[in-house]
Ligand binder design. Structure first.
Ligand code: G3P
Length: 281
């Protein structure tokens, strides 16, 4: 049963519908699911095989439809294919296409110059977006600025905790900085979706601070269920040997124009490579 003191939405990070079913059985609830090209590529229907472009998109659509059907009240994030050269027009067309597949989509777009332009257009068309590969407070401020006027729930920003930890920084400190910035300076239209969760500790910290949404793989939720799905209170300590990222004040009023981050660039390329590996040449 959903814990009564749980204020964070719980999403599954997976491209495999049987995992959705398994988590629904284990937790008895799920508020949504996030996918990305790498997670989709791990689906047994796709993994290790080769497809024409149209076959690949047909299969992607079938998987998305299946997940959506399992979570009719939830949100399902579907990511556009993008690499560093993908144009505004191509990304926009793909975002519109994915959005027609299912009624409860959040279209995942990278936090790049083009991704933010596409987000502006899609939000104006009433489409939900999930801005992914977020590694800096500047990027989160840029998402906020690019989507002003959106309804709460229409826009998610996905800070990647684990990948920052991989390079020695506290990913949780970024999540807390974004939360503080939106709470103190914003109007609440962007929701934080904590992603790249690698441990029960990350999950506990997000729950204890009432972060809007968390997405994690089934392994983390199994460990959480083993502990009775407890929700720690705000006194839960954040102890990390990684370097804390300092908070920048007044960033929403004075956003930086530089939103580039190496992990965004390499993350985009990794997603593109995993997707392209499924294509016949
Ligand atoms: O939700 C984003 C996630 O799938 C990325 O996780 O472990 O590849 O950094 P990871």
């Amino acid at each position: 049963m959903k814990p009564r003191n749980l204020h964070t939405k719980i999403f599954l990070d997976s491209g495999i519908p049987t995992e959705t079913q398994e988590m629904l059985q284990l937790l008895t609830f799920l508020d949504g699911q996030t996918t990305n090209p790498s997670l989709m590529a791990k689906n047994p229907v796709l993994s290790g095989k080769k497809f024409s472009k149209s076959e690949l998109y047909d299969t992607y659509q079938k998987i998305a439809t299946e997940i959506s059907g399992l979570l009719p009240q939830g949100s399902v994030s579907l990511e556009v294919y993008a690499d560093k050269d993908t144009s505004y027009e191509v990304m926009l067309e793909e975002g519109r296409k994915l959005n027609q597949w299912i009624p409860n989509a959040h279209i995942k777009l990278p936090i790049t110059k083009v991704g933010l332009q596409v987000a502006r257009t899609l939000v104006d068309e009433g489409v939900n977006v999930n801005m992914t590969l977020c590694f800096t407070q500047d990027q989160a401020a840029a998402v906020y600025q690019a989507t002003t006027g959106a309804k709460r729930g229409q826009v998610y920003v996905s800070p990647f905790i684990g990948r920052l930890e991989d390079i020695g920084f506290s990913g949780m400190s970024l999540v807390f900085n974004i939360e503080q910035m939106y709470r103190e300076e914003g109007d609440g239209h962007v929701m934080i979706l904590a992603a790249s969760i690698r441990s029960l500790e990350h999950l506990m910290l997000c729950l204890s601070r009432n972060i809007d949404i968390i997405t994690a793989g089934s392994g983390v939720y199994k460990r959480w269920a083993d502990q009775g799905c407890i929700v720690p209170d705000a006194t839960y300590q954040h102890i990390s040997d990684r370097e804390a990222i300092p908070y920048t004040k007044d960033l929403l009023q004075n956003p930086s124009v530089d939103i580039q981050h190496n992990l965004t660039d390499t993350g985009l390329q990794r997603f593109a490579d995993d997707w392209n590996n499924l294509l016949t040449l």
